[in-house]
Ligand binder design. Sequence first.
Ligand code: COA
Length: 490
Amino acid sequence: MGDRGGAGGSRRRRTGSRPSIQGGSRPAAAEEEVRDVGAGGDAPVRDTDKDGDVDVGSGHWDLRCHRLQDSLFSSDSGFSNYRGILNWCVVMLILSNARLFLENLIKYGILVDPIQVVSLFLKDPYSWPALCLVIVANIFAVAAFQVEKRLAVGALTEQAGLLLHGVNLATILCFPAAVAFLLESITPVGSVLALMVYTILFLKLFSYRDVNLWCRERRAGAKAKAALAGKKANGGAAQRTVSYPDNLTYRDLYYFLFAPTLCYELNFPRSPRIRKRFLLRRGLAGQGGRLFLTQLQVGLIQQWMVPAIQNSMKPFKPSGWGRVGAGGAVPNHLIWLIFFYWLFHSCLNAVAELMQFGDREFYRDWWNSESITYFWQNWNIPVHKWCLRHFYKPMLRRGSSKWAARTGVFLASAFFHEYLVSIPLRMFRLWAFTGMMAQIPLAWIVGRFFRGNYGNAAVWLSLIIGQPVAVLMYVHDYYVLNREAPTAGT
Ligand SMILES: CC(C)(COP(=O)(O)OP(=O)(O)OC[C@H]1O[C@@H](n2cnc3c(N)ncnc32)[C@H](O)[C@@H]1OP(=O)(O)O)[C@@H](O)C(=O)NCCC(=O)NCCS
């Protein structure tokens, strides 16, 4: 498993600088011989030639088998290849979880039920409210497009455009929230999915409006420059790129709406073609993989998390919360990791390949985060890019301090997290909001007191313990409200 060429693999060392402990009778040259330091210390070692044959001709025996050196775990040793230990951690993790898994199976039997999953999405097979909501979302996209079309030709003033976009964007958030809150036939899972689609649409149309506005400002600036120079601005050499307002087509808008990004651009980097082999390999096989991962997540919830939560279904008791945390943190974390791989690597790459979308940086190495700040900069690149481009940098340009801009971004993010949880559950507890806002002081504490590996461990701990606590609080409260209320009256 290990790297044989690493520091641990080098077995022949020169012992030149070491002072002689044999007395002064041997010639100094003999002290400088090359010896096999790994040969052990229980017998004198004879020199071998290049082929490994013992050099019996010289009749010389090496009486030394030690030299000045540090133990491998000492930081002075310079040794860095700990792959074997990493593999050991993985094996131990699997073994300890296998034990938990077996205990769970013996105690509860098999709880995984793929058919039951359907009921999470639908209450009535003839009523698909979440899907209807998603289809209706097209109206808002078309409305934004029509406003942009009119702004491009000057049929609307910028103020009127701003007002119309504002109303459209506000409706995108309020309309599905009202439907999800009031419509009895919609399930919480269906509601979350519909609200996610609307939230993505909101962020995309916000970006669409911003970029088209920047294009108009640039066009106005270019016209003014050309007028000053006394010559007509020309399209220039045949450009293969699209320029404003030629981008205002339904094809362009819908490409953006389906592309795996939240930030609009007139000319997205495109891969030259759809690689059919890649799609066959990654797409079809990947489709199976994605289905498997989806089922795995659902299975983990049904088999592992639901019993852990059911076990602590008592009115608020510290011991109950402790049990939820201890029993639910590990499966919750595993589900979150699988979700990350499933969404950010598998699904987004498949969509990007189909759409020939060239920028595949959907995540960076967040697992190496030594600070909370680094984690938020690297785990969800589409959202981070949007936050930087349409919120953080514009605030900085308007003169806000970095602290105010960062707090503003986290406030917005906290709002959307709460929006996506509270409305589907019809329960306002503000755990998600608080969890997101807590990232600001947490980032300060981790940055102030932890460095390097300790910082990395602190980030992992906050993910393994902090995030599940918020999730499990909602699940716990939802369960208590919806399962215990009817029985309490009887
Ligand atoms: C708030 C947030 C945007 C801050 O990002 P950050 O990378 O820590 O911010 P920084 O201060 O390092 O600056 C970032 C950028 O702003 C630029 N910048 C800094 N000061 C600037 C100024 N005065 N004017 C213009 N740009 C400026 C930097 O050059 C840098 O640009 P680059 O990205 O092109 O290199 C980030 O933490 C974030 O995305 N948080 C929310 C994440 C979230 O909620 N995700 C939800 C996932 S479910």
